[in-house]
Design a protein around this ligand. Structure first.
Ligand code: ADP
Ligand code: MG
Length: 330
């Protein structure tokens, strides 16, 4: 089982940012309203995610670490996947590649913790915690030096973690996020955003303003369209607005950040006539649909998705954005 976990780990976890993504998604799934991420040395020596979600009971702690033990699927419902996690692979994989400690408390019970290193799971011990879960991963990839060697500089890895946290923060405007860098002992806030209020559209606008900046928020067209069971919402920037960074396309499918080629292609196609070739469109778009219309199980890292009807989704994005741009005089 330890060997299997290491292999699975290689698929799910490419770098510290992948671990952060899995842990923050778990916190979101647990119903957290506040999520804190602390990293050190680009996440290579420390990643700690603290949430105020439902917690894991002492009995369930060892279970959470066994492969394919997920509380989020019951087998009868394989296509109907709404929560982020559904593979039950993240925690066992993390326990195979680093020193993992989970401390958790469900309401009405005492807190407990469990440790894993090199795939060896400790006994469950009593712990102190007011609420929720703290997952701490130290020395990621210490057991797989080959992978450690392929990591980029601490700075680049920290940047990738920041991107992951920001993307998830965009998708969850009602959750407050804080990312701290504790390299060298003192902790510095890298990114923080309070929970937004209002309806989803307002909250999203507020959150995008927070993450992408005031300029984006003031130059963005609201998108809200529906076709054949697919709903497209979000904000797309006017072609006159430009960002320094090339990566300015934020795409979400059923609340999950994705980096899907088809969706990116559709976004580019929508802007083709209004944006010069050397510029990149900026948008945060959310596609929602019945879970049976999309397969999110294409890759374990879950960045790519497969729609049952890609043509419909592509058409929705291209025509939806073109109409919005045309209405705004572009
Ligand atoms: P998955 O998310 O695919 O179910 P994971 O390995 O990421 O698999 O997590 C295993 C299980 O551990 C989850 O199904 C969930 O029951 C529990 N779990 C993990 N993280 C948390 C958390 N932060 N709060 C509450 N429960 C958690
Ligand atoms: Mg998970």
């Amino acid at each position: 089982e330890a060997a299997i976990n290491r292999i699975a780990a290689g698929e799910v976890l490419e770098r510290p940012a992948s671990a952060v993504k899995e842990l923050v998604e778990n916190a979101i799934d647990a119903g957290a309203t506040r999520i804190e991420v602390v990293i050190a040395d680009g996440g290579k020596t420390l990643i700690r995610v603290t949430d105020d979600g439902c917690g894991i009971s002492a009995e369930d702690l060892p279970l959470a670490l066994s492969r394919h033990a997920t509380s989020k699927i019951d087998g009868s419902d394989l296509l109907n996947i709404n929560s982020f996690g559904f593979r039950g692979e993240a925690l066992p994989s993390l326990g195979a590649v680093g020193r993992l400690r989970i401390t958790s408390r469900v309401s009405g019970a005492d807190a407990a913790c469990i440790n894993v290193a090199g795939g060896q799971v400790s006994a469950v011990k009593p712990a102190a915690l007011t609420t929720g879960t703290v997952v701490e991963l130290r020395d990621i990839f210490y057991a797989t030096p080959a992978r450690l060697k392929f990591l980029r500089t601490d700075r680049a890895e920290a940047q990738a973690i920041g991107d992951v946290v920001k993307r998830l923060a965009m998708a969850e405007p009602f959750i407050s996020f804080i990312l701290r860098d504790a390299t060298g002992g003192d902790s510095r806030v890298v990114f923080r955003t309070d929970a937004e209020t209002g309806d989803l559209f307002d909250a999203l606008h507020g959150r995008l303003r927070r993450v992408l900046g005031k300029d984006f928020a003031e130059n963005a067209l609201a998108i809200d369209m529906e076709r054949d069971g697919f709903h497209l919402t979000g904000y797309a920037a006017l072609p006159t607005y430009s960002r320094g960074a090339a990566i300015a396309q934020f795409l979400f499918v059923n609340g999950r950040p994705v980096r899907d080629k088809m969706l990116l292609g559709a976004l580019r196609a929508a802007y083709m006539d209004v944006l010069s070739r050397d510029r990149h469109p900026v948008a945060a778009l959310f596609v929602t649909c019945d879970p049976t219309l999309v397969d999110v199980n294409v890759h374990p890292a879950k960045a790519e998705v497969r729609f049952r009807e890609p043509g419909v989704v592509r058409g929705l994005i291209v025509s939806g954005l073109r109409h919005a741009l045309a209405d705004a005089g572009h």
